[in-house]
Ligand binder design. Structure first.
Ligand code: TYM
Length: 336
């Protein structure tokens, strides 16, 4: 998409905290791939954000490489986009510091993701966790991006980013556009877990999450174990959360005609959940296995991944440096 002859700017990121799953794919990566031709795109592996909850860096390199490999295996082209690692762009940390002066403790403490993590691990509440949204804002506005392809769980962070942007612009001058979560005009995606409630995530019950690295038999096993409910008793009765989740997953990977067939069976009370799961499992295997195999090859090619990161960092730093010059000038920090 162009405005005034220039491509509009897109930015997004994924934390390097473990294996990527179906939620990451349908909430984020699918849109990265769809946007790469039309927009100027910056996509990164958020290794600094990973440190807020995973301070042990032993697995960091492997995790960063895996996120890169899984993005590329899903169709992202490092020639078309800037695909980089957050810590390779030190301008991020400088902007993060300035934004922290504009962020209030009270609003940071009210962030849902912060409250959840603080509740789960009260002894691990570090300042980085509290200021997670300012670091994420720095990632985005460092490239003066307007569109941020993310899943539903990131919506509040984007709202906070707009607040920080408006505060900065108001105090120092109009430097940044407001960034918005993006999903081609549709509601932001929320891919459900297999255990009947909540969303798929990296840290929840491993059996309720489908990873892009899962082997075919494991995919089948997980789907077989997925939660179902009683059969509907009356034609047209509403679907329970567990059943509706299975249908949502079916919609992501199966043909529309297949979804319609099971939907009709549900409505006329002839559905057998075992058949639904078997179909879902086979379509899921068809979807995941080519990505898994490509990702393995890319992951094993360390030289290639290093090249990708170096090229990505160069593109990202180019953009970051021109923004930071504007920022320092606007803030009056350009006295030498
Ligand atoms: P992270 O690493 O938790 O997730 C990466 C992306 O996957 C999406 N996602 C989902 N979408 C739909 N359904 C799900 N079940 C699901 N689970 C995860 C997330 O919405 C996200 O788009 N804070 C970010 C990382 C980040 C970032 C940024 C994002 C750092 N800086 C700048 C955008 C812009 C995060 O933790 O994502």
């Amino acid at each position: 998409m162009e405005s005034n002859g220039k491509k509009q700017i897109v930015m997004s990121g994924i934390r390097s905290t473990g294996f990527l799953h179906l939620g990451n794919y349908f909430g984020a990566i699918r849109n990265y791939v769809r946007m790469q031709d039309e927009y100027q795109c910056f996509f990164m592996v958020a290794d600094l954000h990973a440190l807020t909850t995973h301070p042990d860096t032993k697995d960091l390199k492997a995790n960063v490489h895996r996120v890169l490999a899984e993005n590329i295996a899903s169709g992202l082209d490092p020639e078309k986009v800037a695909l980089y690692c957050q810590s390779h762009v030190p301008e991020t940390s400088e902007l993060y510091l300035y934004l922290n002066m504009l962020a209030y403790k009270g609003e940071l403490e009210k962030t849902s993701t912060f409250k959840d993590k603080a509740r789960q691990h009260p002894q691990k509440v570090n300042a980085g966790l509290l200021t997670y949204p300012t670091l994420m804002t720095a990632d985005i506005i460092l490239h003066r991006a307007q569109f941020v392809p993310v899943g539903k769980d990131q919506e509040q962070h984007l709202e906070m980013a707009r607040n920080f942007v408006n505060r900065f612009n108001h105090r120092y001058g109009e430097i940044f556009p407001e960034p918005y979560a993006f999903n081609f005009g549709e509601d932001l995606a929320k891919v459900p877990a297999l255990d009947g409630s909540g969303k798929m995530s990296k840290s929840e019950n491993q059996y309720s999450t489908l990873y892009l690295s899962d082997e075919d038999d494991l995919i089948r096993k997980k789907i077989k174990k997925a939660k179902t409910d009683q059969l509907p008793e009356q034609p047209g009765s509403p679907k329970s959360e567990a059943i509706s989740n299975l249908f949502q997953l079916l919609e992501l990977v199966s043909d529309a005609s297949v979804v319609k067939k099971f939907d009709d069976q549900y409505n006329n009370l002839t559905i057998r959940y075992g058949d639904l799961k078997e179909q879902l499992a086979e379509d899921m295997v068809k979807f995941i296995s080519p990505i898994r195999q490509k990702a393995k090859d890319i992951y094993n090619d360390e030289d290639y991944l290093k090249q990708v990161m170096a090229r990505g960092a160069a593109k990202a730093r180019d953009s970051a440096q021109s923004t930071m010059e504007l920022v320092r000038r606007a803030m009056g920090l350009d006295y030498f």
